[in-house]
Design a protein around this ligand. Structure first.
Ligand code: 8IG
Length: 269
């Protein structure tokens, strides 16, 4: 909530959705997609771009902060669906608050989206997941210590990551693995001991996004699909140091596979 305007985060999302409808000329969108680190090269496979807008022209979005994320929102036509594609996200580590992290998700819900596709680049704990391997998120562990929801709203997170949508992905790509995504606050990567802990508590993927957005999406009544692109082995799993440039490179190398997956799944969501 902002003291100056008295607007709730939901009011801000309504305002942003109204502006998006105006700027795109699309009254209602059906599905939203957030592209994470390494996913940008797959964007054109999603469908025909109708309009691309700058996040700075939409209320309550900040500018993009990370290389490889562009501050743009596209309205894409994919099959019979109007798809809202966020080419960047606000991360928790930017320190703008949890409401800013989930503003895109709430805007998508206010724009009419029934389903939220959350993608990310992350570290993998399984050595068989070489850089460029996509993994379906089956569940998550939120280590940020916070929630996008304020107040006594006890949202059920059972089957947060829709079994139906995971099955749909497997129809498109039968061999897809799945795993539990652990969100650390970042922006530093984990220590090897923290990665071991993530494994001991049931995690398979480590990253800095997605869980807060998934919770906000569920709160808004959307169906959630989470797909991680393992761009690096998590710290200590391999003896290589971690580097953001390898993330971007893994994305470029995997772009056609990720594009084919998203392009086939999204219109059927
Ligand atoms: I890309 O290994 C990417 N993002 N926390 N750990 C965390 N975030 C990541 C990683 C990783 N790789």
């Amino acid at each position: 909530m902002t003291e100056t305007t008295g607007q709730t985060p939901y009011d801000k999302a309504d305002e942003a959705a109204a502006t998006l409808a105006e700027l795109t000329g699309v009254e209602r969108h059906d599905v939203a997609v957030v592209l994470g680190s390494g996913w940008l090269p797959a964007v054109d496979a999603l469908g025909e771009t109708r309009v691309e807008v700058d996040t700075t022209d939409v209320p309550h979005f900040g500018a993009a902060a990370v290389t490889g994320h562009s501050g743009k929102i596209r309205s894409v036509r994919s099959g019979d669906s109007n798809v809202l594609v966020f080419l960047s996200r606000t991360h928790y580590y930017e320190g703008k608050g949890v409401a800013a992290v989930v503003h895109g998700v709430r805007t998508a819900a206010a724009a009419g989206c029934r389903a939220m596709v959350l993608t990310n680049g992350c570290g993998g704990l399984k050595e068989s997941w070489t850089p460029g391997t996509p993994v379906l998120i089956s569940d998550h562990i939120n280590l940020t210590g916070t929630s996008p929801i304020v107040g006594a709203n006890f949202v059920d997170l059972t089957d947060l990551y829709s079994s139906r949508l995971r099955a749909l992905c497997r129809e498109v790509e039968p061999g897809l693995d799945e795993g539990v995504y652990v969100q650390f606050p970042g922006p530093h990567y984990e220590t090897p001991a923290e990665v071991r802990m993530a494994g001991i508590i049931g995690g398979h993927l480590v990253g800095m996004s997605t869980t807060l957005e998934a919770i906000a999406a569920r709160e808004a009544g959307m169906e959630v699909l989470g797909i991680s692109l393992v761009t690096n082995l998590a710290a200590g799993i391999s003896d290589q140091p971690l580097d953001h440039s390898e993330v971007l490179e893994a994305g470029r190398a995997a772009a056609s596979r990720m594009g084919a997956l998203l392009g086939a799944v999204v219109p059927r969501v």
